[in-house]
Design a protein around this ligand. Structure first.
Ligand code: FES
Ligand code: FES
Length: 163
């Protein structure tokens, strides 16, 4: 099969690479670019562990061919925060026990970041609905919802402070 030359900008860094026509974006991120925050849970679009932000949407990167992402700008959990400078969502998940094993967390936080961009002041129901594509085996979701709402409050109060 003929490889395709593609360009991906991931967390602000531009990469040019040759992709197989059927190569999935999650595999390019993890195996070729060594960006291992997005996890592989199901590989069949159910769990959301592989969630990344592409352009202005969050997507499940196991559902997208790398070739379809050609030219796109992608943000993974690594681009949202780092151990030294946690994103408010990461702080909130830590503080409100939004994670246990942590497997789902990069996808959860990446999805939540996009959700709060689209809806900065969501109700609990809107958070539950907006996060419904991301599965967690451990937490029972209550603390995830709490964490997202807490991060929204933090982000909104720092926005007010900046005004
Ligand atoms: Fe992509 Fe589960 S690994 S949705
Ligand atoms: Fe274990 Fe969510 S914390 S799957």
């Amino acid at each position: 099969s003929k490889k395709m030359q593609i360009t991906l900008t991931v967390n602000g860094t531009r990469h040019e690479l040759l992709a197989e026509p059927r190569e999935l974006l999650i595999h390019v991120l993890r195996e070729r670019l060594n960006i291992t925050g997005p996890h592989i849970g199901c590989e069949t679009s159910h769990c959301g562990a592989c969630t990344v932000i592409m352009g202005d949407r969050s997507i499940k990167s196991c559902t997208v061919f790398a070739a379809q992402a050609d030219g796109a700008s992608i943000t993974t959990i690594e681009g949202l925060g780092s151990p030294d400078a946690l994103h408010p969502l990461q702080e909130a998940f830590r503080e409100h026990h939004g994670l246990q094993c942590g497997f789902c967390t990069p996808g959860m936080i990446t999805r939540a970041a996009q959700l709060l961009k689209e809806n900065p002041d969501p109700t609990e129901e809107e958070v539950r609905f907006g996060m419904a594509g991301n599965l967690c085996r451990c937490t029972g979701y209550q603390n995830i919802v709490k964490s997202v709402l807490a991060a929204a409050a933090t982000l909104n109060s720092s926005k007010e402070a900046a005004e």
